[in-house]
Design a protein around this ligand. Structure first.
Ligand code: HAM
Length: 411
């Protein structure tokens, strides 16, 4: 019979690797909880409309990459990102009535129907934060520093922080028009994707990886336009203040006028953190301010800022601590008694495994060594009858016979 394989762009995470994931998750939870962020878990499945309205019909994510299906009159979609679902829950669950800001984080799988390649999967995982109900450059700075704190807790230091301002919706409209006027003469020489984006989402043209398109976007006239465009006063003032705070904190950053992000909900400050050494897909974190999304999704006017990191990409950059050793391996031909003893040891906080094979003691002892246990505990018929136990130190080979009750009482 033919083998059934996992879908392209998905991954099985086996126990050795899952240990690294657990460590990454624990470190992130620790940093975010210490800063007063509470975890939110929203469904993987949402109504398609949420992303059409939230992320934007013209974005690549919504127009090309969603896993959507019909089961009833309303369509469903496997979430391609976390922000829209968090904002939906914020409104639906009345979190907007809580004292502001509401500080949330999440961890979980996201789904995008992209062409799978190194660093780009169809099911991937994000760690994200959303801060709702505050519109200050300090909140933007806190969000950015929190991302850097997470990276530092994970031992990641080789990265680059880029920031940009994408203005309020009105000034973005003017930016879009100016960019289109500038790029119109070059349209025939641009790639089909850029030609499509020209009408739908011209800002995204700047992200194109095709060298001939980039040559146009790097030209003096386009760069001049990007560098000198005047965004609205409020977002400019906020962006300048953010730069001052980051400088004050000694955080290195570059202003990248080409950083436009792939989701429509951003207003004002946007940022990305990229890392060297993980291939072409180098963005490990992306985020920004999105002051209109809560209203777009039917809630009260609420400012917000947030970011998300790709966990698979982070995994390539971390070295999780070594697996902690096994305290005891139980060598036995008295399975019921041995199981009881293993349970008692685990209740006392020790790690204990029990040989389940029923093989000869010699073979079981060899397994104990292979498992790199500190001690083997030999529990045979005689030990059960006398309520004793042989404790063998596998490093020194020293062996002692103890009374079970006394020995267990000693820790
Ligand atoms: P995003 O830039 O689309 O932003 O995704 C954030 C991060 O998720 C990326 O920087 C990358 O590390 C990872 N990522 C995205 N797509 C893939 C993929 N196909 N395979 C592997 N990793 C991937 C958002 O999703 C926004 N919701 C972030 C945000 C939160 N903005 C405000 N709040």
């Amino acid at each position: 019979m033919s083998l059934i394989q996992r879908p392209k762009g998905t991954q099985d995470i086996l126990p050795d690797e899952a240990r690294g994931w657990q460590w990454l998750e624990a470190q992130s939870r620790r940093v975010l909880s210490a800063a007063g962020y509470g975890e939110i878990r929203t469904p993987v499945l949402e109504h398609t409309e949420l992303f059409c309205r939230g992320v934007g019909e013209a974005t690549d994510i919504v127009s090309k990459e969603m896993f959507s299906f019909e089961r009833s009159e309303r369509g469903f979609t496997l979430r391609p990102e976390g922000t829209a679902g968090v904002v939906r829950a914020f409104i639906e669950q009345g979190l907007h009535r809580l004292p502001k800001p509401v500080k949330l984080f999440y961890l979980g799988p996201m789904f995008r129907y992209e062409r799978p390649q190194e660093g780009r999967q169809r099911q991937f995982h994000q760690l994200g934060v959303e801060v709702l109900g505050i519109d200050t450059p300090l909140a933007d700075a806190e969000a950015i520093t929190l991302a850097l704190e997470v990276l530092s807790a994970l031992g990641i230091s080789n990265y680059q922080l880029s920031i940009n301002n994408v203005g309020n919706p009105e000034s973005r409209e003017a930016f879009r028009d100016g960019l289109k006027a500038l790029l119109a003469p070059y349209l025939p020489q641009l790639c089909p994707d850029c030609q499509r984006r020209f009408e739908l989402n011209p800002l995204r043209m700047l992200d194109c990886k095709v060298p001939t398109c980039q040559a146009v976007y790097q030209s003096e006239s386009v760069q001049g336009f990007l560098q000198t465009f005047e965004w609205d006063e409020a977002s400019t003032a906020s962006f300048n203040e953010l730069k001052a705070i980051l400088t004050h904190l000694g955080i290195a950053f570059e202003v990248d006028p080409q950083l436009v992000r792939g989701l429509d909900y951003y207003t004002g400050t946007v940022f990305e953190i990229s890392s060297v050494g993980i291939g072409a897909q180098s963005a490990i974190c992306g985020g920004g301010r999105y002051n209109g999304l809560v209203q777009t999704l039917g809630g009260p006017e609420t400012s917000a800022v947030g970011w998300a990191m790709g966990i698979e990409r982070l995994m390539k950059l971390i070295t999780p601590p070594e697996k902690s050793g096994l305290d005891y391996y139980l060598v036995t031909d008295q399975p019921a008694e041995a199981l009881k003893l293993a349970q008692t040891l685990r209740k006392k906080g020790k790690t204990a495994e029990l040989d389940l094979t029923g093989k000869a003691f010699g073979k079981q002892l060899a397994t104990a060594s292979k498992r790199e246990a500190c001690h083997a505990l030999v529990l045979g018929k005689e030990e059960v009858e006398t309520q004793s136990l042989q404790v063998k130190n596998l490093k020194t080979s020293e062996q002692t016979t103890v009374q079970q009750a006394d020995w267990l009482a000693s820790f």
